[in-house]
Each structure stands twice: as C-alpha cells, then as structure tokens.
Design a binder for this molecule. Sequence first.
Ligand SMILES: Nc1ncnc2c1ncn2[C@@H]1O[C@H](COP(=O)(O)OP(=O)(O)OP(=O)(O)O)[C@@H](O)[C@H]1O
Ligand SMILES: [Mg+2]
Length: 244
Amino acid sequence: MTDVVLSISGLCKSYDDVVAVDELDFEISKGQCFGLLGPNGAGKSTTLGMLEGMEEPTSGSVRYFGKPFPADYQDRVGIQFQATALQDFLSPFDNLKLFSSFYDDPIPMDRLIDQFRLNDFLHRDARRLSGGQRQRLLLALALVHNPEIVFLDEPTTGLDPRSRRDLWDVVSQLKADGRTLILTTHYMEEAEVLCDELLILSHGKTLLQGAPKKLIKEAGVSDLDTLFLSLTGEPLVKTQEVIE
Ligand SMILES: Nc1ncnc2c1ncn2[C@@H]1O[C@H](COP(=O)(O)OP(=O)(O)OP(=O)(O)O)[C@@H](O)[C@H]1O
Ligand SMILES: [Mg+2]
C-alpha cells in the first residue's frame, strides 16, 4: 500500500467572475512525481498554490496525511519560485548562502552546488545566468531546507530542448532521492518522461487522470499530445517560446 501524502477533495477556487479550479478530487502518494497538465488558464498554478498552502480554497479541502496542514507545513515543502524571487544583485553562491541562513539545519551548500552543477556560474551576477542555469539555481534554493514535497511550476517553460533535458535529469535525481514531486507543465512529452501520475486539466476541471502510459494505451493513441487534441479539439501547446 502506498502512503497518501496529499488528499484533495471537492477543491474549488473562484476569483470574482472566474472559476479557476472546479471540484477537483485526487490523491498524491509519497515518492510520486505527480503532474498537472493543461493549456494556459487551465487552473494549474491556482491548484498548486492551494496544495502549497499559499492560497486558501474557496471550498473543498487539501489534507496532509489525512489531516489539515500542520503548523510547520511550510518547512516540509519546497517551492521553486519564479525567477523574480532571485536576489538579482547577488551571485548564485550568495543567494544560496542567504537562503541557507533562513534555516537551522540546511543541506550543506557544497552538496547542492554539486547536485545542481552550479559551479560553472557560482559567482556570476544572477542577472547574467541563462534560462537553464537560473532554473537549476531556483531548484537548489527550493531544496535548501531538505523538504519532503517539492513543487515546480513549469520548470522548463522557455528553455531550449537541451536545457530542458538537462533539467529533466535533475528532476529525475530528486525523484530517485524519494521526494514527492508535484509539477505543472504544458509539455506532454515532459509529462510522459517525468510523471508517474497525471491529472489533465481543462477550464479548472479534470479531463483525465492516470499514469501516462496507461492513459495513452486506453485511448489507443500514440502519445499524450494526440490524446489531448482528441479530448478537447485543441492542441495543448500553441506556441513555444524560447528565451535562451
Ligand atoms: N489572482 C487572480 N485573480 C483573478 N483571476 C485569476 C487569478 N489567478 C488566476 N486567475 C484566473 O484563473 C484561471 C486559472 O489560472 P491559472 O494561473 O491557475 O492557470 P494555469 O493553468 O496555471 O495557466 P498557465 O499555463 O498560463 O500558467 C485563469 O482564467 C486566470 O485568469
Ligand atoms: Mg500557471
């Protein structure tokens, strides 16, 4: 039997006239890489915000091992912030030092520097990092306090194919460490490679849930892109921006 870390039931979030998340029910097991997949505006980030304990649901609940969030929940989760969270005038080294200073028992910096291969640009101005380098630094910063659950909101959007694969390797390592990973993505290929379980969202609702291979097999399609297109009549990714 697997341990359920997060159980989500009847989860809804509305903003004025927008229903961003509409009655979601799912569970996330310990050690799983769980993916939220869907086009722009599907409700992925809003859902993530509620699982992180950063946003209050309008109705429904998120329970941690069957209970409301404990007082120290924020210490148990690591959130890969967007690039704006970086202290731009600091180098990756100084950013790491700053984040480490927030915690009593941080992971030794050397370990993070090795694991995320920050050495080549450790003392560079953070404004001069490439997209892939920045994402690796942001991931290292999310892990400083050795969290059980790691949240990644579109970790590879805007990266070129090589940097994307490079980040996949890093995410796979986190999975091998036994952490629970929850990520959002627009990319079906990424979901197929990284995720054990997928929730495909459209307009705040669940379209499908299951293991990527199982979803593909049951639908009798060649890949998840084709599946999404067949379900919604629209492609998942309309444009692909590359910033690097
Ligand atoms: N703070 C907010 N105030 C009002 N509406 C919001 C707010 N945050 C999100 N929304 C709306 O909720 C819906 C879901 O947004 P959300 O950011 O969760 O989508 P997403 O799946 O993460 O999209 P993307 O792929 O573009 O990041 C959208 O219609 C969005 O405009
Ligand atoms: Mg989003």
